[in-house]
Design a protein around this ligand. Structure first.
Ligand code: NCD
Ligand code: ZN
Ligand code: ZN
Length: 350
């Protein structure tokens, strides 16, 4: 098939290190089919699904269930993340050897900031068993401080999820300057917005916190952008569940901000494709001869308003309804084949 891409941009597809797909147990919020379709629509060909499912993804049976369910349709490529501790309670480790057969990513939510011994042990295990700890950091700056101190002493493989505060960036910069090896991510919404009461974890920061995130990107301190796509039903949202359904418009949020801030498309590609691919040990973002391509075709001149009635995700929860953004995903190519095509564009005469 010949695709007319005149005036458009082709780049590696995106890789999302952090999404919530809600299966099993919360399919009223999202399921593997809708979540993976939403990912493709957002230009992502690989997502890493968090372990806070119901039951928690902390055992062989549950991870097998998820991966088998995913294989039935295989809409987007998927890495399922395991919990690090049973039921995400921060008390007892999961059977690491068993879960390691399925994944190299372990999420530490539930682990208390005071629990130094357990985290130390986790870092040691991450070296020994060769996996990455995705650390959630609540309260943020305090936990990052603990983690980086311990990482300095013990070593290990650590990735810090969704940073949002200038204090966090300062700490991360301090330790990276010392040569400590670890990585971190920021969400598109923490780049796009500040001073907003909308419930999300971590909460939106001040303008200064948000500006720190931009600096972190510009100075190369922040490694990756990950959506933390967190779909909820209308009812759950009314009852206070934190989170934003963000994967479909993630590129537009980031591109809009980068355009305003004068940050290059190459940098966007690094943060959304190359860096996550490298951090995850995937080669999906690499374009090589003879290899199936994972690509997106984007229209950078397009501008649209966020409209949740177009979301394929079950989660319509976002504070950005009606907001004007730039850039649109036209086509997503996954493993050498067109996996998503935006059908609206034929009617779009801009
Ligand atoms: C997460 C979710 O919905 O699973 N929400 C969020 O705002 N990031 C859970 C959480 O991290 O609190
Ligand atoms: Zn989180
Ligand atoms: Zn999350």
């Amino acid at each position: 098939e010949i695709i007319d891409g005149e005036g458009k941009v082709v780049m590696p597809s995106f890789i999302d290190m952090h999404v919530h797909l809600r299966e099993p147990g919360q399919t009223e919020k999202e399921d593997l089919i809708t979540g993976e379709k939403a990912a493709l629509k957002g230009g992502f060909t690989h997502v890493c699904a968090m372990a806070n499912t119901n039951p928690v993804c902390d055992n062989e049976k549950t991870i097998e269930y998820i991966l088998n369910k995913h294989k039935e349709n295989e809409i987007c490529n998927l890495t399922q993340i395991s919990a690090l501790t049973k039921r995400l309670k921060g008390e007892e480790f999961v059977n690491i050897d068993e879960m390691r057969e399925y994944t190299n990513l372990f999420s530490d939510d539930g682990l208390n900031v005071d629990d130094i011994e357990l985290f130390k042990e986790a870092l040691e295990l991450s070296k020994e068993k060769d996996f990455k700890i995705l650390t959630h950091c609540e309260p943020e700056a305090e936990t990052i401080k603990r983690d980086l101190k311990l990482l300095t002493d013990v070593g290990g493989n650590l990735h810090i999820c969704h940073i949002s505060l200038r204090k966090s960036l300062d700490l991360i910069k301090e330790y990276k300057d010392k040569g400590l090896d670890f990585s971190c991510e920021v969400t598109p919404h923490h780049l796009f917005e500040w001073n907003n009461e909308y419930r999300v974890n971590p909460p939106f920061g001040t303008k200064d916190d948000r500006d720190a995130m931009i600096e972190g990107i510009k100075e190369g301190i922040i490694d990756a952008i990950a959506t933390d796509h967190a779909p909820h039903t209308k009812k759950d949202k009314e009852n206070g569940s934190p989170g934003i359904s963000g994967i479909e418009e993630a590129f537009s949020y980031v591109y809009t901000v980068f355009k305003e801030e004068g940050i290059s498309l190459n940098c966007l590609s690094d943060k959304m494709s190359y860096a996550p691919s490298k951090l995850l040990g995937l080669d999906e973002a690499l374009i090589e001869e003879g290899k199936d391509a994972n690509l997106v075709l984007v229209d950078l001149n397009e501008s649209h308003k966020i409209n949740t009635s177009n979301f394929v995700s079950k989660g319509k929860n976002t504070p950005f309804e009606g907001r004007q953004v730039y850039g649109k995903i036209l086509i997503t190519i996954k493993n050498g084949e067109i996996a998503y095509k935006n059908e609206e564009r034929k009617n779009d005469n801009r």
